[in-house]
Design a protein around this ligand. Structure first.
Ligand code: TRP
Length: 431
């Protein structure tokens, strides 16, 4: 037992909430001091799988977060290697630093160079009926990575997680998972290379997944999950055990019908708040004879009210939903999108606006693919040549067709189409 724990804490990826190394004995103290830090001062941004908050208008300090989590910044050199290996420009979300941090991406690129296989894994916790535009981000990049590398993609819907964390009945969570899957499929995944599953139904059909969950749970103590996730003594036991369910798909043997008994590398695109799950996974995987999963982390999608918080489906006015009409989108952006503009036109013309805190500009950064146009807007807005109303208009014109196209694509996703993605089957992949 003591040996086992030793192996974990000595791993490169520290098993803690803030990414610092610690021993099991100090885990509780560390969790407690973290709590004090978030309640007493606003100096530290709060980032964990359930809370994201910053006191700064420009949002989370991501450089600090990289240090705290112990991940690596995606730099020009890595992007250049990406471009060289794939032979195409990096995705705009990577070029613009929205996917800004990683773990072991070089290992994945080396596998590509050697023509060796790997797979992609991402997921969603189905907590609401309709997704907002920010939810598209990990799936946009997953689609691009799937097409670029021609690799299989696994999408996990954690209806179990949402049922444990929210006031949500099992039956309702399952329903939401299936509804959300339609939105995900509408992003345009190749059915021959994509497997989607919801935990509450899949696990009963796939003993290999439950067996891996137990293997993972045998490797992690309560003190360690306390340190990583901040769980307390009065948290329900379902929460304490859950992280293993999000870790399991990062082991290829969870899907014997796709990967047989091959031990493949896995790349996980996700928002950085999911990193704690995968720090835990990366510590456990080698002990179970698997490679550590690689990660590609994104920043958060800002709420319309500004980057101090992220867009949230439970705050209706903070989000542009994929079900919104063009009129609703227009009204919401005009009314709520936090402006980096000045109080009067005169002042704005004189001093210029601040794109970094301007939500309309942020929307363009996520969704306007044309680099030249984006740079033109940034300059014009910073110099005060472009006004808030104008940048909002451009944001509306950029976001609306994406939402409209999404709605059209989603209409085509019938129950039969859905079943095809959920079917337990082999996937096609070249290597
Ligand atoms: N926990 C994630 C959420 O609440 C869902 C999820 C499951 C996930 N597996 C994942 C996200 C893998 C990213 C990568 O949204």
């Amino acid at each position: 037992m003591a040996d086992t724990q030793q192996t974990i804490v000595e791993g490169v990826d520290a098993l803690t909430l803030n990414g610092k190394l610690e021993t099991e004995a100090t885990a509780t103290a560390a969790a407690a001091s973290e709590e004090t830090a978030t309640t007493t001062a606003n100096v530290e941004d709060v980032v964990d799988p359930w809370n994201v908050a910053s006191s700064n208008d420009a949002g989370i300090d991501y450089d600090k977060l990289i240090k705290r989590f112990g991940s690596t910044k995606i730099d020009e050199e890595l992007i250049a290697r990406f471009v060289k290996i794939t032979g195409k420009p990096a995705h705009h979300l990577i070029r613009r630093g929205i996917f800004f941090s990683h773990r072991d991406l070089h290992t994945i690129l080396t596998l590509c160079e050697q023509g060796k296989p790997f797979y992609l894994y991402t997921g969603r916790g189905p907590s609401s009926e309709s997704l907002h535009i920010g939810h598209l981000v990990p799936f946009m990049i997953a689609k691009w990575l799937q097409e670029t590398f021609d690799v299989p993609l696994i999408i996990q819907l954690t209806d179990d997680e949402k049922s444990l964390w929210k006031d949500l009945k099992i039956e309702e969570a399952i329903k939401l998972a299936r509804e959300n899957a339609k939105d995900i499929i509408a992003v345009g995944f190749d059915v021959d290379k994509t497997f989607i599953f919801n935990n509450l139904e899949f696990m009963g059909k796939c003993p290999a997944m439950y067996q891996n969950i137990i293997r993972i749970q045998k490797c992690v103590t309560f003190n360690q999950v306390k340190g990583i996730f901040g769980f307390g003594d009065s948290d329900i036991i379902g929460k304490i055990g859950f992280p293993a369910a999000q870790a399991a798909p990062a082991l290829s043997s969870t899907f014997p019908f796709i990967f047989g008994n091959r031990k493949l590398h896995c790349l996980i695109p996700c928002a950085i708040d999911q990193d704690p799950y995968f720090r835990m996974t990366r510590d456990v995987a080698p002990r179970l004879g698997f490679p550590k999963c690689a990660l590609l982390h994104s920043t958060f999608f800002p709420a319309l009210q500004g980057a101090k918080s992220k867009m949230s489906a439970s705050e209706t006015n903070s989000a542009v939903f994929l079900t919104d009409t063009p009129k609703q989108i227009k009204n919401k952006i005009n009314k709520y999108a936090f402006s980096g503009g000045r109080t009067t036109v005169e002042e704005h013309r004189q001093l210029g606006g601040i794109p970094d805190i301007d939500v309309a500009y942020q929307l363009l950064k996520f969704f306007l693919e044309d680099d030249d146009k984006l740079e033109e807007v940034r300059l014009a807005y910073s110099k005060g040549e472009m006004l808030t109303g104008e940048i909002k208009k451009l944001a509306i014109e950029t976001v609306t067709p994406i939402v409209v196209a999404h709605q059209a694509a989603r209409k085509l996703i019938t129950e039969e189409v859905l079943d095809k993605y959920f079917e337990i089957r082999a996937l096609k992949f070249s290597s």
